[in-house]
Write a protein that binds this ligand. Structure first.
Ligand SMILES: Cc1ncc(COP(=O)(O)O)c(C=O)c1O
Length: 386
């Protein structure tokens, strides 16, 4: 038999799936994969049920049939309105917004749309694992720059040294998974200056935009002169606790969004239609929801962080996302530590070496997810304190 594609054959099972399976096998409390163990808002689920039940009654195009490939216009309008309302950003809903199957598909389509084989792309490590796979499928050369614990700042000399005339794009994830870091204005200004000087794009993954605990989020596209070279990607999974719905999007300059849509059109074509109908309405009603959402997650963060500290972990308090990192003791290894934690304490977390390709710093850290019910967090803390 002839060999299958040499890039794809090398992809391993995602660490999130591995740890979730292990958690099930060991009946452990799962603080590994980044999704809530409670349901999203009932009123949004009811909106989707209603769209399904109405089928053809809700207008000309049946809501249980294919949606327009770029996303239904009311959803693109709702996305565009929110960018204007929250951040004073202008994205034309007709040409500068494309709806995708989660941020994951937007990331893949953006990589395919912008990268030619051999182009170099800067990625800050630790990084979300789909970046590497998408970039490799697009034929990019991945150039990692390591964020240094405990503040997870980058060394600007290291960043400058990683950039050259072949640099096509930089991926910025802000707020950042797995560290919970929020990049400072100064850091983004350094990136912006380099992007202008070396003429590269910025893929800005902002799926945790509403999970910030100190200040509200500032999209990369808001920084001076960056709007014309930034692809802003986000989704509703984290914000509404409905990660299984996979409603995401990419926004940016018309020509880039057209290219991203070209890829989307021939990969998945469109996103589940009734879910788009529900989200179009939900995005217009976020204000009240966000107040509770933020205070709920802040309380979970504080509970987990203080519980872990009391249990003897060197845990770092995250400024954003629903993850917290803990630094292991000298000589401990993340994978062995996580396996032991599952076996002996019945708690599953993520070994962070999976998020690095250059530095071995990840083998000294683990990641906890606190998007869990208070009961789950309480049980986890009491197991860990034993
Ligand atoms: C940084 C980051 N980007 C993207 C995603 C995927 O988002 P979606 O579920 O909308 O595809 C995740 C999910 O964990 C993530 O952590």
């Amino acid at each position: 038999m002839k060999p299958i594609n040499h890039t794809v054959i090398e992809f391993k099972e995602s660490i999130f799936s591995t740890m979730t399976k292990l958690a099930i096998d060991h009946e452990a409390i799962n603080l590994s994969q980044g999704f809530p163990d409670f349901d999203g808002p009932k009123w949004i689920i009811d909106l989707a049920k209603n769209a399904m039940d109405q089928g053809h009654k809700l207008g000309n195009v049946g809501k249980n049939q294919y949606a327009p490939s770029a996303g239904i216009l009311p959803l693109r309008e709702a996305i565009s309105k929110n960018y204007k309302r929250f951040y004073n950003l202008d994205f034309d809903s007709a040409n500068e917004v494309v709806v995708t199957n989660g941020a994951t598909e937007a990331i893949f389509c953006a990589c395919m749309a912008l990268i030619n084989p051999g182009d170099e792309v800067i990625v800050f490590e630790p990084f979300y694992d789909s970046y590497l796979a998408s970039l490799k499928m697009a034929g990019a050369i991945v150039v990692p720059v390591t964020l240094k614990a405990p503040a997870f700042t980058f060394d600007s000399e290291e960043l400058i040294a990683a950039i050259n005339s072949k640099t096509k794009m930089l991926i910025l994830n802000n707020p950042h998974n797995p560290t919970g870091k929020i990049f400072t204005r100064e850091e983004i200004k350094i990136i912006a200056e380099l992007a202008r000087k070396f003429d590269f794009y910025i893929l800005s993954d902002e799926v945790y935009e509403f999970l910030t605990f100190e200040n509200s989020h500032t999209p990369t596209a808001c920084f001076e002169d960056l709007a014309n070279r930034t692809i802003t990607i986000s989704s509703t999974g984290k914000t509404f606790g409905l990660t299984g719905w996979k409603i995401g999007w990419a926004c940016g300059p018309k020509e880039i969004i057209k290219a991203i849509h070209n890829v989307h059109q021939f990969t998945t074509f469109c996103v589940a239609h009734p879910l788009q109908v529900a989200m179009a309405e939900a995005l217009g009603k976020m204000d009240d929801y966000l107040i509770n959402f933020k205070s709920q997650y802040r309380a979970k963060r504080d509970y987990l962080v203080s519980g872990l500290k009391n249990a003897g972990f060197n845990v770092l308090t995250p400024a954003g996302t629903y993850f917290a990192m803990a630094i292991l003791k000298e000589g401990e290894n993340d994978i062995e530590f996580c396996q032991k934690l599952i076996r002996e304490k019945k708690v599953a977390v993520i070994p962070t070496s999976a998020f690095y390709i250059k530095s071995n710093a990840g083998s000294g850290m683990i990641r906890f997810c606190f998007a869990k019910t208070d009961e789950t967090l309480k049980k986890a803390i009491s197991n860990l304190a034993l």
